[in-house]
Write a protein that binds this ligand. Sequence first.
Ligand code: SPD
Length: 298
Amino acid sequence: MNKNNSIKKTYIQEEGMSDLWNVWYSELHNGQSGLTIKVDRIIESTQSEFQRIDILDTKDFGKMLVLYGSLMVCDNDNNAYNEMLAHVPLSVHPSPKQVVIIGGGDCGTLTEVLKYPDVSTCTMCEIDEKVVEISKRHFPQLTTGLDDSRANLLFSDGKKFLEETEKRFDIALLDLSDPIGPAADLFQKSFHQTVFDRLNDDGIMVAQSESPFYNKETVQAMYKNLKEIFPIVRMYLCFMPIYPSGFWSFAFCSKKYDPLDDFDANSFDHTVMKTKYYNAEIHKSAFGLPQFVSELID
Ligand code: SPD
């Protein structure tokens, strides 16, 4: 993977000011540019066995969850990332009964998956229990899925779980942080092959695949590998204001179903599902790629 892609993030406190009202969250995406957000309050900061975890309160984005200095979710992003990760494959697969999420600690993706009555079990394998515990307290709107009896929560290494399980899945969702730290192995070809092997013959995997603007080398390597494993690999995009470049990608990898040919626009009713970002029009348009992105992965 992209070993030169160093991502540096620091908290900056304005010089000469000591109270918390003058704290800025600053996330550098490539050492040269990034995102800076005024912090109203540092609500909670802790260190889990795996990473530093911060909960920050801000005016524009509401509460934000920051893992190892990288912004993961917030109150005001219209739930774009979680909805796009979950609804695109779930609207394409005709009978998604067994779903597995690798990662997904904030539980936003789990909650979206469980909006589908066809799903019998959604297994979520998250390595860091502390992220789930903190998300339950600070992001109740994301964690309602935990109360659903179809949710099967495991705190374990996702790679180990999939290597050892005898279960087979219809849909696998790789709801991962960046390819550094605990999630690095889960961007490797060998892991994607393991996921492929655990999917049913008509299974779909969707993986978050970083920013085509900032993470070109990661994206390129990832899609090259995925195309050597899955017969159908398509990128789709969403607008995520809190992620690097605000322009985020997902890899739709499938054994059988095409994300557009096998999508019935009439079958998705956003008033029943109550989404904020995803709808049938977004599903179709998300697969239209800018020329520079197409060329990156072709
Ligand atoms: N740079 C942040 C990228 C994070 C992508 N995944 C977030 C997972 C949240 N469930």
